[in-house]
Design a protein around this ligand. Structure first.
Ligand SMILES: Cc1cc2nc3c(=O)[nH]c(=O)nc-3n(C[C@H](O)[C@H](O)[C@H](O)COP(=O)(O)O)c2cc1C
Length: 247
């Protein structure tokens, strides 16, 4: 049973989630107070990730010239340079190489993972993400996995769907960031409208680091923004899929 205190928390959270808007008009209030971005990134860092691999990096852009260059790569969307900062959420394609051993040791030490789960992770994770020598493992997985799926349940392979896998991780992290910003009286706008090569060039991203989402953050110039959502009943399916049509 939900106690009264928790009901109030839930209500407050729903209000927060519903009040967040994608803001494109930012007030010119300059830089954010010291430590604010760090707090928002702290919320982003605590988002869950597959196997706790934590493949999301955050490139924080506040310098006016750098913001102007980033804006150009974002199809000249003005919120990028008008906001106090723009955070680029970057996914690491080689996260197993970079984080797997380190995260596993930390989780083992903290008692978050037992030795049985460790064995499973050590067997499965490198295999699932590996593309094999000269990418041949990728080809094998891309062709054989769907065939095997006719006979047994086969998980989708991160090695094959790398960008898709990263998009899930980045989305969860960015949502935490945006809700934390909303809670702190700040506005954000999630953005996928950018030229990937242009963003890579502006940020000097190394090979394997994929810009996935740009999120300007700052003070909203207007706070009375409205937006609609489809009725919940048109989107919820109980137990199994049921056709739903909007009237
Ligand atoms: C993944 C994603 C990419 C988006 N890309 C852009 C973008 O490039 N530019 C923009 O102005 N808004 C962008 N948006 C904002 C959406 O238009 C907005 O979330 C939607 O209209 C709902 O409005 P709300 O966020 O105010 O509720 C994006 C949103 C998401 C989730």
């Amino acid at each position: 049973m939900i106690c009264r205190m928790e009901t109030d928390d839930l209500k407050a959270f729903l209000e927060l989630a519903k009040s967040r808007r994608s803001v494109r008009d930012f007030a010119d209030q300059g830089v954010l107070p010291a430590g604010v971005i760090e707090q928002l990134l702290e919320a982003a860092r605590w988002a869950p990730s597959g196997y706790n691999l934590q493949p999301v990096h955050f490139v924080v852009v506040t310098d006016p010239d750098q913001k102007a260059a980033l804006r150009q790569a974002c199809m000249d969307q003005r919120q990028v340079s008008d906001a106090s900062a723009a955070v680029v959420f970057v996914g690491d394609r080689d996260v197993v190489k970079h984080h797997f051993d380190g995260v596993l040791s930390m989780d083992l030490e903290a008692g978050a993972v037992n030795s049985e789960y460790e064995r499973l992770l050590r067997r499965y994770v490198p295999l699932a993400f590996s593309t094999g020598p000269a990418g041949l493992g990728w080809l094998w997985k891309a062709t054989l996995a769907p065939l095997m799926g006719w006979f047994a349940a086969v998980p989708s392979m991160p090695a094959v769907h790398r960008r898709y896998w990263l998009a899930k991780q980045v989305g969860l992290s960015a949502m935490n960031f945006m809700l934390a910003a909303q809670a702190g009286g700040l506005a954000t706008c999630p953005m996928e409208g950018f030229d990937t090569r242009g963003v890579r060039r502006v940020l000097g991203l190394p090979r394997g680091m994929e810009p996935m989402l740009v999120v300007p953050v700052g003070y909203a110039a207007k706070t009375d923004l409205t937006k609609t959502r489809l009725p919940l009943a048109s989107l919820v399916h109980n137990e199994r899929w049921h056709e739903r049509h909007l009237r």
